[in-house]
Design a protein around this ligand. Structure first.
Ligand code: CAA
Length: 378
């Protein structure tokens, strides 16, 4: 897909930033599971924390293809930094843009969009991952507050965020129509954080459990109205899946770039390994799947910006790109051979980071369910 001049500029800016500021510390941050505080602040200054937020609310007012390009470029270097950005954009800022009222947007969105506040999104619970509506966290109305009780799992940015979007049941009798969404500042009483999870990949992003124990949330922090929470969450996840697909694409592109360079340099049997058919086949497959991923992602992004349905297209983009990331990263390690298995070459990290793109924001199995349902019903 041909990019506009503006989109090309955005891509270059993100690439320069990632190369200059994210690359130097990426392996160490991954090893020590260190959150990139300084780098997130810099991305806030560049407008990367509120990419699609209107200028009125302090955002960069860019389109969704630009969002995808930024996430792809960050992920080429550091997929952990990319998920911090993606969650703040897709699952937090976008909920405010689509469903927040002026008071809420004024109080939170401007700072979220400029990186002065960091957001998190909490839908999953110990017993409900894919089956997201089967949640137990309750929000009981008590005068001018809702009282939250329950536990949320695997919350990206859970530790370092300032506020969390929380989905909770406000009316048990109504099933998913009884779920509501709340803006929950982390400094409220009754919130405690579980341990930081020790993860296979994207290690420098933080993930934790959040416990709510009689946490009193002011009534004005209810998003939209009671019962709208599940729809708000699934709608945001459609956009989030474009972000995670772009993260997967960045990982896959990094795998291809590193594979090409190494295959041309590495000599075996008196010639560079790029001369061997087995290596050429891997490079060709990676390149083709990466190009197909990019087209699927940009197609979903375009539909989103045109306000057309894009649920199926986002699911296609995510399931295909995440498989491409996993395959490309695995083949990259294979091309690097023994070196690829060592941390210092930075390609084993691609393989570890790729895996999560097949799991969070809806597993591949859920994406296939969404795609098949739409194909069969229409
Ligand atoms: N957008 C908006 N609304 C939607 C929707 C969408 N994409 N899909 C369904 N809905 C609505 C339906 O219209 C329906 O509402 P109405 O009755 O008013 O029409 C309601 O939601 C229920 O629909 P379904 O019966 O189809 O829903 P379901 O319970 O069968 O679930 C599902 C559908 C696709 C499986 C959904 O549960 C799902 O996506 N599960 C995966 C959850 C997920 O992605 N979790 C990620 C956790 S967050 C995370 O990973 C973030 C991170 O930290 C990085």
């Amino acid at each position: 897909m041909i990019l506009t001049e503006q989109q090309e500029l955005v891509r270059r800016t993100a690439r320069d930033f990632a190369t200059k500021h994210l690359e130097p510390g990426a392996i160490k941050r991954d090893d020590k599971a260190e959150f990139p505080h300084q780098e997130v602040k810099m991305m806030g200054d560049l407008g990367f924390m509120g990419i699609m937020v209107p200028e009125k609310w302090g955002g960069a007012a860019m389109d969704t293809i630009s969002y995808s390009l930024i996430i792809e470029e960050i992920s080429r270097i550091d997929a952990a930094a990319a998920v911090i950005v993606s969650v703040n954009n897709s699952l937090v800022c976008q909920i405010f843009v689509n469903n927040g009222n002026d008071l809420q947007n004024k109080k939170y969105l401007t700072d979220l969009a400029q990186g002065k506040l960091l957001g998190a999104f909490s839908l999953s619970e110990p017993q409900s991952g894919s089956d997201a509506s089967n949640m137990k966290t309750i929000g009981e109305k008590d005068g001018s507050h809702y009282i939250l009780n329950g536990t949320k799992n695997w919350v990206t940015n859970g530790i370092n965020s300032d506020l969390v979007i929380v989905m909770a049941v406000t009316d048990k009798s109504k099933g998913y129509k009884g779920i509501s969404s709340f803006i929950v500042p982390k400094n409220l009483d009754g919130i405690s954080l579980g341990n930081k999870e020790d993860k296979l990949g994207i290690r420098s992003s933080d993930t934790c459990e959040i416990h709510f124990d009689n946490c009193r949330v002011p009534i004005e922090n209810l998003i939209d109205s009671e019962g709208k929470g599940y729809q708000i969450a699934l709608n945001a996840l459609d956009g989030g899946r474009i972000g995670i697909a772009s993260q997967a694409l960045g990982v896959a592109q990094a795998a291809l770039d590193k594979s090409k360079t190494y295959a041309k340099e590495r000599k075996q049997f008196g010639t560079s390994i790029a001369d061997f058919g087995a290596i050429k086949e891997k490079i060709a497959t990676m390149g083709t799947n990466i190009e197909a991923s990019r087209l699927l992602i940009h197609n979903a992004a375009l539909l989103k910006d045109l306000h057309k349905p894009f649920t199926k297209e986002a699911a296609m983009a995510k399931s295909f790109s995440s498989q491409t990331a996993m395959d490309s990263a695995t083949d990259c390690v294979q091309i690097f051979g023994g070196y690829g298995y060592m941390q210092e070459y930075g390609v084993e990290r691609l393989m570890r980071d790729a895996k999560i793109t097949q799991i969070y924001e809806g597993t591949t199995e859920i994406q296939k369910m969404v795609i098949a349902r739409e194909l069969l019903e229409n």
